[in-house]
Ligand binder design. Structure first.
Ligand SMILES: NC(=O)c1ccc[n+]([C@@H]2O[C@H](COP(=O)([O-])OP(=O)(O)OC[C@H]3O[C@@H](n4cnc5c(N)ncnc54)[C@H](O)[C@@H]3O)[C@@H](O)[C@H]2O)c1
Ligand SMILES: [Zn+2]
Ligand SMILES: [Zn+2]
Length: 361
């Protein structure tokens, strides 16, 4: 029988979110229902609410979550009721052109639940990133459940489901940061600080944190930044160059996603270096720059979707490093909140008061 649970819904562009009753169908073939224990508030949830992703309102928000598999549908073998899982938005299909070429981290046909969750009046909900996890129980494709060590508490482990994985992966997968590299990270929210933690994990030589908020820079030091730059008072490009013997960083990660920050990344990088765009721009943003500079500066200009992660490979591994004390994932949790506090959490995010507010159930 379908379940009735409470969840956080964005009904229209810019309108405050509300807690509503959600109808969750029993899992069908290839699907699972998951009792959510914790779900982080990501900037992407705010992008959805602001209409910056698409217009498919109403959205069931939330997508950085961990919980316990409640039930599975016919044919599901990869998880079973009782399994502790982190939800992912990259359930790889194994059959698309990316998967067939051995690049499942780019899978172009990822799986989501086929059935729809709805409001009580039958209105179909669009789950954020095909998950929708600010809710007591959610419905996903079974492949969206990645088993991890239950010793890592849900508020911490769940963050690997999106922003923290995106940041770590932007550095170590997309940026391919190596131990003798210099790295700059622009924007030190949850994603940017995770990129800093990732760069530190693989032994980057210098890590320059750039933000417009001194509190974020303070936190960045805690994740491994060796230099900090407040770009509201200092020129970011000059400061990155000054911290890298005048040449620019080998890898610059833009974890903001605006034309001005991307240009700082582009010009703050050494010749033949790498720019990684992990922040998500709005559809209206345009970029203009001399093509000769694109050619003349060489190197590679990349985007990082979900940190080019493979959940089945990366989540259990990163949880293990956390449990060994080698990756401070718990430091991303700024506060634990109730499901009724998501709108207030957006406000705190907007004011830079938190790295991650995490809804706990
Ligand atoms: N690519 C992906 O797969 C992926 C996954 C998750 C999130 N994201 C995106 O990453 C971005 C960051 O997410 P977050 O959750 O860390 O957000 P956040 O709000 O926690 O952090 C953003 C940070 O950028 C700083 N900032 C804002 N404007 C700046 C500027 N002009 N120069 C320097 N710093 C500036 C803010 O002070 C803040 O510290 C968002 O765009 C989000 O949608 C991308
Ligand atoms: Zn695929
Ligand atoms: Zn996210």
């Amino acid at each position: 029988m379908a379940s009735r649970v409470q969840g956080v819904v964005a009904r229209g562009k810019g309108a405050p979110v509300s807690v509503e009753t959600i109808i969750v169908p029993d899992p069908g073939p290839g699907e699972a229902t998951v009792t959510i224990q914790a779900c982080g508030v990501c900037h992407t949830d705010l992008h959805y609410r602001e209409g910056g992703i698409n217009d498919d309102f109403p959205f069931l928000l939330g997508h950085e979550a961990a919980g316990i598999v409640d039930a599975v549908g016919p044919g599901v073998t990869e998880v079973a009721p009782g399994d502790y899982v982190v939800l992912n938005w990259r359930a790889v299909c194994g059959q698309c052109r990316a998967c067939l070429r051995g690049r499942p981290q780019y899978c172009f046909a990822t799986h989501n639940a086929k059935q729809k969750m709805t409001l009580v009046d039958g209105t179909v909900l669009s789950p954020a990133l095909g998950i929708g996890a600010f809710v007591e129980k959610t419905l996903v494709a079974a492949g969206q459940c990645t088993k991890v060590d239950p010793a890592a508490e849900a508020a911490v482990a769940g963050l690997l489901g999106c922003g923290v994985m995106a940041g770590i992966g932007a550095a170590i997968n997309t940026g391919n940061v190596q131990r003798d590299d210099t790295v700059a990270v622009i924007g030190c929210g949850g994603v940017g600080n995770a990129a800093i933690a990732g760069a530190a994990l693989v032994g980057a030589r210098r890590i320059i944190a750039v933000d417009i908020d001194d509190r974020k820079l303070e936190w960045a030091r805690g994740f491994g930044a060796t230099h900090t730059v407040n770009s509201s008072t200092t020129d970011a490009v000059e400061a990155i160059q000054a911290a890298t013997d005048g040449v620019g960083a080998d890898v610059v990660i833009d974890a903001v996603g605006r034309p001005e920050t991307w240009k700082q990344a582009f010009y703050g990088r050494d010749l033949a270096g790498t720019v990684v765009l992990v922040g998500v721009p709005n559809p209206s943003m345009m970029l203009e720059l001399p093509l000769i500079d694109v050619f003349g500066r060489g190197g590679s200009l990349k985007s990082s979707w979900y940190g080019d992660c493979l959940p089945s490979r990366d989540f259990p591994h990163l949880v293990e490093l956390y449990l060994q004390g080698r990756l401070p994932l718990d430091r991303f949790v700024s506060e634990r909140i109730a499901i009724t506090d998501v709108e207030a959490a957006f406000e705190k995010m907007h004011h830079g008061d938190v790295l991650r507010s995490v809804v706990v159930f």
